[in-house]
Design a protein around this ligand. Sequence first.
Ligand SMILES: Nc1ncnc2c1ncn2[C@@H]1O[C@H](COP(=O)(O)OP(=O)(O)OP(=O)(O)O)[C@@H](O)[C@H]1O
Ligand SMILES: [Mg+2]
Length: 223
Amino acid sequence: MIRLNEISKVYGTGEVKVEALKRIDLEIKKNEFIGLIGPSGSGKSTLMNIMGCLDTPSSGEYYFEDINVESFNHNQLAEIRNERIGFVFQNFNLLPYATAFENVELPMLFMGVKTKTRKERTMELLDKVGLAKRAHHKPNELSGGEMQRVAIARSLANNPSLILADEPTGNLDTQSGDEILSVFQDLWHQGHTIVVITHNPNISSRPQRVVQLIDGLIENNGA
Ligand SMILES: Nc1ncnc2c1ncn2[C@@H]1O[C@H](COP(=O)(O)OP(=O)(O)OP(=O)(O)O)[C@@H](O)[C@H]1O
Ligand SMILES: [Mg+2]
């Protein structure tokens, strides 16, 4: 599914240069469920941003579905992000004035999915994450765990081949966090490919494979 060859990322220049990733090699196969762990500052988000085509590496090659991402222009990268990758973030990133339903529906509206299909699929996705009953509530009427479920449903809207989640449980209490991880586990069983970042080492019992980053290097690739 994806392959990183000697990926490095350097932020800044000269005196303030930070080497966030140091010649990382990593392969993720279709339908793997990966937990990406490591201390704060070890490069997890940097790695995720590169995998999600939100940022480019300083050197090395990144293959997404066997295509070298370097060969893509701005629009093609945006297309990959919108159609092939689902993102879930720590702070949910929901539109505050839109209902759960509208938040999930939006990516499909952008993609020009026909109304009937779009409405049906939105309900299916909310149902999938156990939130059908909350469809017409706005984020401020939902709990943190429910907001994250909406974000997960939204990330699935365009049926992405890869789901990337950066600390999806970081703002949640232990129980809600655990429920969110079990939602990811269910999605994995349904055939999705998932990478979940967390810096809570206790949380890593669910993923099938745990990759550990330390100081910009892969300490353990779990394969
Ligand atoms: N835009 C940036 N400019 C300069 N340095 C950066 C930038 N983004 C990240 N860094 C540095 O790169 C290193 C890796 O950061 P990154 O955000 O990838 O870590 P992380 O593992 O996600 O940490 P956390 O668990 O705290 O989220 C850190 O030293 C950080 O300070
Ligand atoms: Mg981070």
